[in-house]
Design a protein around this ligand. Structure first.
Ligand code: RRO
Length: 291
């Protein structure tokens, strides 16, 4: 059940949420077998920043009754490290590569977009303007004016599809999506995690080293359905929907709400093969149901 997304031919509509599946580690753990039945129809890499980052101090995770809260803080090798070490490995995956980037200024995002624009193995870019664990991520992503200014600067730098990853932590997500579309985005993806906080039961102080974190998993699925539905009414560009998808029926719900592709995120931590299972279940459901 192949699908077309921003000019890319994908085998099915299931991809991964950025930062929820380490394809390089998976290949090391499971061998080349992972390449034969790769769980996703495209691979979205963990956010890359211009400079290397250590990420936030531990603890970085807090388990919830219906999901997970993270405050990872974008640990990554930086642009140069990614180009040298990660890109050659990810380019060998049997599916298109979408690179997720984040900058702490418009100029930084522009430098990242320019660098990936000339890499043939990169099929599309996802602009992360919605990380809940750094202030700038939310400041840019929650403001239609900021999004428009960012797109105006980076759109001319590449012909590759630009996907803007929206935050659910905004007053009017549809307004942000409209601004992204008007300024040249090819697609939007949503939802990133919902800002939350947990207290250490013994000390009463924030549990996470980053103080607040981003909530994901089945507990946010209803929020995702509502926001995807709202954004789908507001824009004509395609949507990548995500938020608590565990089964084919959850993916079908997000598609019925308006998503063209669906990403599996938190579920992959429990079951690294979840993407393939969800895709198989979805294909079966779509053969028997109207979207
Ligand atoms: O690294 C993170 O802490 C992180 C990122 Br960049 C993001 O976009 N969403 C999230 O929940 N965590």
């Amino acid at each position: 059940m192949s699908v077309e997304f921003c000019g890319l031919e994908l085998e099915h509509p299931i991809i991964n949420g950025s930062g929820t599946f380490d394809a390089i580690a998976a290949r090391r753990a499971f061998g080349d077998e992972i390449l034969v039945r790769f769980p996703f129809a495209a691979f979205v890499s963990k956010t890359v920043t211009l400079e290397p980052r250590q990420g936030n101090p531990p603890p970085r995770l807090w388990e919830l009754p219906a999901g997970l809260m993270n405050s990872i803080g974008l640990p990554n090798k930086g642009l140069a490290g990614y180009l040298e070490h990660d890109l050659p490995e990810l380019a060998r995956l049997p599916v298109p590569l979408i690179v997720n980037v984040m900058g702490f200024s418009r100029g930084e995002v522009a430098r990242l977009v320019e660098a990936f624009a000339e890499r043939e193995k990169v099929s599309a870019l996802e602009l992360n303007v919605s990380c809940p664990n750094v202030e700038t991520g939310l400041t840019i992503g929650a403001d239609p004016g900021e999004i428009a200014a960012l797109l105006r600067e980076v759109r001319p730098l590449t012909a590759k599809p630009l996907v803007v990853k929206l935050t659910p932590n905004a007053t009017d997500v549809s307004a942000v999506a409209r601004a992204a579309e008007a300024a040249g985005a090819d697609a939007v993806s949503l939802i990133n995690t919902v800002r939350g906080m947990a207290l250490d039961p013994r000390s009463g102080h924030p549990w996470l080293g980053g103080v607040t974190g981003g909530v994901s998993g089945p507990g946010v699925r209803a929020i995702a359905v509502a926001q995807i539905h709202a954004v789908a009414q507001a824009v004509e560009i395609p949507l990548v929907g995500m938020g608590g998808v565990q089964r084919g029926t959850d993916a079908l719900d997000l598609m019925r709400a308006g998503a063209s592709l669906v990403a599996v995120g938190t579920e992959s931590f429990r079951d690294p093969a979840a993407g393939r299972r969800v895709a198989d279940e979805l294909v079966e459901l779509l053969a028997n149901t109207a979207v």
